[in-house]
Structure formats: C-alpha cells, structure tokens
Design a protein around this ligand. Structure first.
Ligand code: NAP
Length: 244
C-alpha cells in the first residue's frame, strides 16, 4: 500500500513505537510506504525511531501520550486524525506472585493495555469504516492463551484485547476494516526482561526467543493488502509454544 486514491500517503499509527516490537513495526511499515506516527512517551527514543525511518527514506513523526491517561489518549486520537492502519502495541507487563500485585498496578495494566486500545479503536475505526477500508492489528501475547505463573493480570489484559478485537472485527469488518491480533511468544526487547525471556524461550518448540523483526513482519503482512481476506484472526507467533 503506497498511495491512497486521494493521492495522500497512507498513515499508520503505531503505539509504543519507541522501542522493542513497536519500533520494529514502525520501521517495517515505513519501508512498506506508510507515513508512520511513532507513539510513545520517551521523546529521545521517539526521535531516534523517526530519524532511522527518515534515514531509510521514509516519513514519520513522533507523538507523545501516556496510554494510562484517558485524556491523553483522547488527545492522541485527535492529533493523528485519519489513519489507514492502527497498531495497538504499546503496553506494560508485570510478572510476580499474585499476592504481590497491588491494585494500583493492576489498574495501570488494564488502563495501558486494554482501555487505551479501546479508546483508540473507538475514535479511529468509525472513520476507517466510513472510508471503507483500514487495518487494525493489536499485540496480544501467549500469556493471554496459556497460564503463566505470575502472569494472571497481564494475561487477562491480553485475553481482553483479543476478545475486543474479535468484537471489533464483527463490528467493523462488514464496512471493510480488517481487525486482527498477533500473539507473540517471548521476544528479546527490554534488557530488564532478559532473564524472563530466556526462561520462556526454553519452553517454545523452537527453543529460542524471537527477535522483534520476526513479530513485525507478521504485523506488516496483516496491515497490508496481502492479508485482504484475514479478519477476526489471532495469529500466534510464538515458536509453537501454544500448540502444545
Ligand atoms: N517482549 C515480549 O516478550 C512480548 C511478548 C508478547 C507480547 N508482548 C507485547 O508486545 C508489546 C510491546 O512489548 P515490548 O517487549 O516491545 O515492550 P518494550 O520494549 O518495553 O516497549 C514498550 C513500548 O510501549 C510504550 N509504552 C509502555 N507503556 C506506555 C504508556 N503508559 N504510555 C505510552 N507508551 C507506553 C513504551 O514507550 P516509552 O518507553 O516511550 O514510554 C515503548 O515504546 C506489549 O504490548 C507487550 O505486552 C511482548
């Protein structure tokens, strides 16, 4: 997808694009011809992603917003305006004994991972439906499909995201908007999570963790017209972890 019928370059909003999977998705979509709105909180990492896209000959701009702040997410949706692609990637994880998760952190998980995606789809999908096309991809996790010790609340946010995506597919796909989720297994992103990822990597059939690009390629496919008959799907990209 490189040009709209009105001549405008198609636009993709990628939340949490200042690092990890989101950053890889932003780079991928820019290569595929999208103007990318790089979202996150850290302006320095945002600028680095935008600069890398520009150095590769693409177009991008950074927009900051705290996903846990409902008013900030409303402002983000207003700022981006019309988009052809929305990637709900930004979010946080928390693993630990259930007895140690305080209610504030529990709410923060759901605000960032669930409510923000709901707000963005509610604000942006009707425009896509009106224009008759669009693609929404949300980043779930294998934690939303199997029981991981210490991941009850995080897994619940991801299961919620996937449940919402199926409902959004039912709501918006008759108007030409495809809505899908990608459920990664362990992916090497933030250095602080390396031990957790290494442990989970050993539970996959491929016996390794993924690189962010192995997730972003699938997201870019779902965002593209190559996936024109795929909607309401959950695509595991987890080294076979949830197959067994
Ligand atoms: N890594 C894995 O193993 C794995 C596996 C399955 C699913 N996932 C999912 O994939 C997504 C990306 O994970 P990742 O590992 O790539 O994470 P990451 O490297 O920690 O990056 C998280 C991104 O989300 C943004 N973000 C987090 N909380 C935010 C908030 N409240 N407001 C605005 N931006 C926020 C961060 O922006 P700033 O830093 O600029 O604030 C950053 O760009 C998440 O939804 C995660 O649950 C990850």
């Amino acid at each position: 997808m490189t040009e709209q019928s009105n001549g405008r370059q198609p636009v993709a909003l990628v939340t949490g694009a200042t690092s990890g999977i989101g950053r890889a998705v932003a780079l991928n979509l820019a290569r595929d011809g999208f103007e990318v709105i790089v979202h996150g909180r850290d302006a320095g990492r945002g600028a680095a992603t935008v600069d890398e896209i520009a150095a590769n000959g693409g177009r991008a701009r950074f927009v900051a917003a705290d996903l846990a702040d409902a008013d900030a997410v409303t402002a983000l949706a207003a700022e981006v305006g019309e988009v052809e692609v929305l990637v709900n990637n930004g979010g946080i994880s928390w693993f630990g004994p259930s007895a140690e998760l305080d209610t504030e952190t529990f709410d923060h998980l759901f605000d960032s991972n669930v409510r923000a995606a709901y707000q963005l789809v509610a604000a942006l999908a009707p425009g896509m439906a009106k224009r008759g096309h669009g693609s929404i991809v949300s980043i779930d996790s294998m934690a939303g499909h199997v029981g991981l010790a210490g991941g009850a609340a995080y897994g619940a946010t991801k299961a919620a995201l996937t449940a919402m995506s199926r409902a959004w597919a039912a709501e918006f796909s008759p108007s030409g908007v495809r809505v899908n989720t990608v459920a990664p297994g362990p992916v090497f992103t933030a250095e602080s999570k390396r031990d957790l990822i290494e442990n989970l990597a050993g539970t996959t059939l491929l016996n390794r963790g993924a690189h962010p690009e192995e997730i972003s390629e699938v997201v870019a496919f779902l965002a593209s017209d190559k996936a024109s008959y795929i909607t309401g799907a959950v695509i595991p990209v987890d080294g076979g972890r949830t197959a067994v």
